[in-house]
Design a protein around this ligand. Structure first.
Ligand SMILES: [Zn+2]
Length: 481
């Protein structure tokens, strides 16, 4: 909807007052939603993500209805609240996830009884940043439009997702049951806009024929970080022999074990998306096993292959190395290894740049793996996407937050992670974290998925304003898509 400068100034003033006067109510609504432990889990009866998520959905829909919005429940997979009367059901989506990760340890506050700091600026509790409070930002933007009787060409549809933290299985179910929004904003990142997300290849490989002399091997906990510890137990050799063979080798120690000799390797951990400078403990371990000459035949060959695969970080062995300016290099890190029966099971972390040739990658990798002697147990692509920075909607999504937040230089973002945006057509992540947000406890605490997670209330209030202005600014453009 196009406005004159005067109309816009008037609207800005009304909006500022409205947001200020709804602050308490906003905090109350967020608090009520954050009391629910909506960790996405296994199905229970007709509740595909368990009872916590179901309660969350009911409460979200009830809240939206209490403000007069039409709601829909998509067979308990997720729900929506809609403002507007578009005859074709065309909409702009705001897609938030109401599921959370478990609270974990180290909280100073009760994770499920949100606490407001004395100065009223920070609300502590699981979900206050990721992603319930941002969902309520969307709801309040809709409330403002409704109360001011501002009619848009498109409906505004707030979607309450319930499975983002566990793989976003809710979105395909949503798309089966609802007309996809013509454009969707996902308030699960940072302003201005996440116009691109890198891709992920999920793979699980096996190397067979591993003998009993390799009793155990284990490296890596989560697949997404370069492991700093790995160990193996080998039978049929002595600690003295092994020590003599290894000499002064760094990062490795050997000790007696009831089942043989235990090799302990240490690495230098880093997130698997930034492996430069990391030391993969799996690699150190494989090198030591070979240097100690304690394995033979197929077992030795398996560890040789492990040594080779863990020696690089950028897909060299599979011939899939690539990079682009927007998102850097493809990374392929063999972070996780175990022995199961007579097989080594390997799970790498593979991330590829946004403009990579996905058909080439998905064809080449499994082929190359087989040629190297790996059995491919699992392989799937979680595709990258990107929009042009010249896309008319994307341009607005850069412009509006810059203006409303008074941050003329904030750069558009390429996400190294994934949001709902990749599960929906024409979707990008959009806020609501404001780039200058205060980190009360540094980077170890207070953020998404961390202990003492908190919502930054002044910035959340600003986000409501950004969302209102954005809906007004992109409405015509989206209607013309
Ligand atoms: Zn999130």
């Amino acid at each position: 909807m196009s406005m004159t400068k005067q109309e816009k100034e008037k609207l800005t003033a009304v909006l500022d007052t409205w947001v200020d006067s709804h602050r308490e109510e906003y905090i109350q609504d967020v608090t009520a939603l954050c009391r629910i432990r909506s960790v996405s889990g296994e199905p229970e009866g007709d509740m595909p993500f368990g009872a916590g998520c179901h309660q969350m959905l009911m409460e979200s829909l009830r809240l939206a209805e209490s403000y007069g919005f039409r709601t829909k429940n998509y067979d308990n997979y997720c729900g929506s609240a809609t403002y507007g009367e578009n005859p074709n059901g065309d909409s702009i989506g705001i897609v938030a996830h109401m599921d959370i990760v478990p609270e974990g340890n180290g909280w100073t506050y009760d994770p499920y009884e949100p606490t407001l700091s004395e100065d009223g600026k920070y609300l502590f509790g699981r979900g206050t940043a990721d992603n319930k409070a941002p969902g309520v930002v969307g709801l309040y933007a809709m409330r403002f439009l409704q109360e001011q009787n501002i009619k848009l060409k498109n409906n505004v549809m707030l979607v309450f997702g319930l499975n983002e933290e566990k793989g976003s299985a809710d979105m395909p179910e949503f798309l089966k049951r609802e007309k996809a929004p013509k454009w969707s904003l996902v308030p699960d990142s940072k302003f201005p806009v996440g116009y691109a997300e890198i891709g992920f290849l999920k793979a699980k490989f096996a190397i067979g024929g591993v003998g009993d002399e390799l009793v155990e091997i284990s490296g890596g906990e989560a697949t997404n970080s370069v492991p700093d510890r790995a160990y193996a137990i080998v039978s049929g050799c002595s600690v003295e022999e092994v020590r003599a063979k290894l000499g002064e080798m760094e990062r490795i120690s050997v000790v007696e074990d009831p089942k043989g000799v235990r090799f302990l390797a240490t690495g230098n951990s880093q997130h698997a998306s930034r492996p430069a400078g990391a030391v993969n403990a799996n690699h150190v371990l494989a090198q030591a096993l070979l240097k100690a000459q304690v394995l033979s035949g197929k077992t030795k060959e398996a560890v040789e292959l492990l040594e080779k695969l863990t020696s690089h970080f950028y897909g060299e062995d599979f011939g899939i190395s690539c990079e682009d300016e927007m998102s850097g290099k493809l990374t392929c890190v063999f972070t996780w290894v175990r022995k199961q029966g007579d097989r080594l099971i390997l799970q790498p972390d593979i991330r590829y740049p946004v403009t990579a040739d996905q058909a080439f990658l998905t064809e080449t990798l499994p082929k190359a793996a087989k040629q190297m002697g790996l059995e491919v147990l699992e392989f799937s692509n979680n595709p990258a996407f990107h929009f042009s920075l010249d896309h008319p909607v994307v341009k607005k999504l850069i412009e509006v937050p810059r203006e409303i937040l008074g941050m003329p230089d904030i750069p558009p973002i390429v996400l190294a992670g994934g949001t709902y945006a990749r599960s929906l057509p024409n979707a990008v992540s959009y806020g609501v974290t404001v780039p200058d947000r205060v980190r009360l406890f540094g980077f170890e605490k207070g953020g998404a998925h961390q202990a003492d997670e908190y919502g930054d209330i002044p910035n959340l209030m600003r986000s409501i304003k950004v969302y209102v202005h954005t809906l007004l600014e992109i409405d015509d453009i989206v209607a013309a898509l």
